[in-house]
Ligand binder design. Structure first.
Ligand code: ZN
Length: 369
């Protein structure tokens, strides 16, 4: 087996570096002065754990990481330490897919996984390539409590069927709730989308029809729901086993789109999804969250269709500031924004003073109260 890779982002060097390594050894990361901690981003093409228990804190992740100011990599032996997901403690957000629709960005398309005490609990989106990342993370769908879809574009949903099929080989019997937007003339509703995939009568993958059959004994029920908040409502859609989920409508051109806020264990994470950021709902949904995941799909100065679909960095900064989010992570990175991190950060800095980080595939952010 290959060596594990992990990295933390630091504000200072040697003393804090040593402290971070120690904390990483107990899967807490380097939380000095921060409420969210980034840690393992396994280097693509390697697996997570060495046979001898060597955990390397090498600077991993995608090439040309945009998290400028990160220290030189270090490594440490952690005999016997399991490396699954984001470690065994607390709440962590793992980025399964940090890219957009373009395959040339060499990133999986959008997907995020929330880990709680080492167990994957909430999956948000499942874009192309993210099913492989899901497997690489060590997660199994049998542990996931709920799936949230922000909208039904390919780069947010294409691997859903792969995840469901994979779970056929797991031992799950409790139903799996799945939430997503309602439909319109251009897109099916989420319930219709799931029927289109799996309905035993006429679904594309009708051979998996038992996932929609409440009486099937050799499967579980994929229980789809349409989320239909009023125009400016922040609606609670889920409350179970200490996890509370809120949703609101966002504008993504003509595409029905939902942003989510997930609360568990005294921390909160908000997901913008794809949106132009202009309807005022994100500010309320993300109020005071510990971590805000915003989509960096267009550069500052974007216009036309690009701008009508997505938030430029200055808008992200304005929303992050108005919502007083504790930390900001930029994801959904595309060829038109990769390499523009310095100017994107500068545009955000004009209104938002908190920590700003750029996501890479498989990167973890420990979320602290
Ligand atoms: Zn997208």
């Amino acid at each position: 087996m290959a060596t594990a890779h992990a990295h933390c982002w630091f504000l200072t060097l040697a003393p804090l570096l040593l402290r971070c390594i120690g904390q990483a050894a107990i899967a807490l990361g380097c939380g000095i002065g921060l409420t969210v901690v980034a840690w393992p981003a396994p280097r693509l093409g390697t697996t997570a754990m060495a046979a001898d228990g060597l955990l390397s804190l090498a600077n991993a992740g995608a090439p040309a990481s945009a998290n400028a100011g990160a220290p030189a990599p270090a490594s440490v032996h952690l005999p016997g330490a399991p490396v699954v997901g984001c470690g065994p403690k607390g709440v962590a957000l793992q980025v399964l897919g940090s890219g957009g629709p373009e395959l040339q960005d060499k990133r999986a398309s959008t997907s995020y996984l929330i880990w709680r005490a080492g167990v994957p609990r909430v999956l948000i989106d499942s874009g192309g390539g993210s099913a492989l990342r899901f497997g690489q993370s060590g997660a199994t769908l049998s542990n996931v409590d709920v799936i949230l879809l922000t909208h039904l574009h390919v780069d947010h949903t294409a691997d859903l069927a792969a995840l469901v099929k994979s779970s056929f080989f797991e031992d799950r019997h409790r139903k799996l709730p799945l939430y997503g937007p309602d439909g319109n003339q251009f897109f099916p509703s989420t319930t219709r989308f799931i029927q289109t995939l799996f309905a035993s009568s006429d679904g594309a993958y009708r051979y998996l029809g038992n996932f929609l059959n409440p009486n099937a004994t050799d499967s579980y029920l994929l229980d789809a729901h349409n989320v239909v908040p009023a125009a400016h409502e922040v609606q609670q859609i889920y409350d179970s086993q200490g996890t509370r989920i809120l949703a609101t409508t966002v504008v993504h051109g003509s595409v029905p789109a939902i942003a989510y806020r997930v609360e568990l264990d005294n921390v909160s994470i908000a997901f913008s999804g794809d949106t132009d950021g202009n309807n005022g709902n994100l500010e309320r949904l993300a109020h005071n969250v510990n971590l805000f995941i915003a989509h960096n799909a267009v550069p500052e100065g974007a216009s036309g269709v690009e701008r009508s679909l997505h938030m430029p960095p200055s808008v992200i900064g304005t929303i992050a500031s108005a919502a007083a989010v504790k930390q900001l992570v930029l994801s959904h990175r595309m060829l038109r924004t990769l390499g523009h991190e310095t100017e994107s950060r500068a545009a955000i800095r004009k209104s938002y003073a908190g920590p700003v980080m750029f996501a890479d595939d498989l990167q973890c952010f420990q979320v602290l109260p």
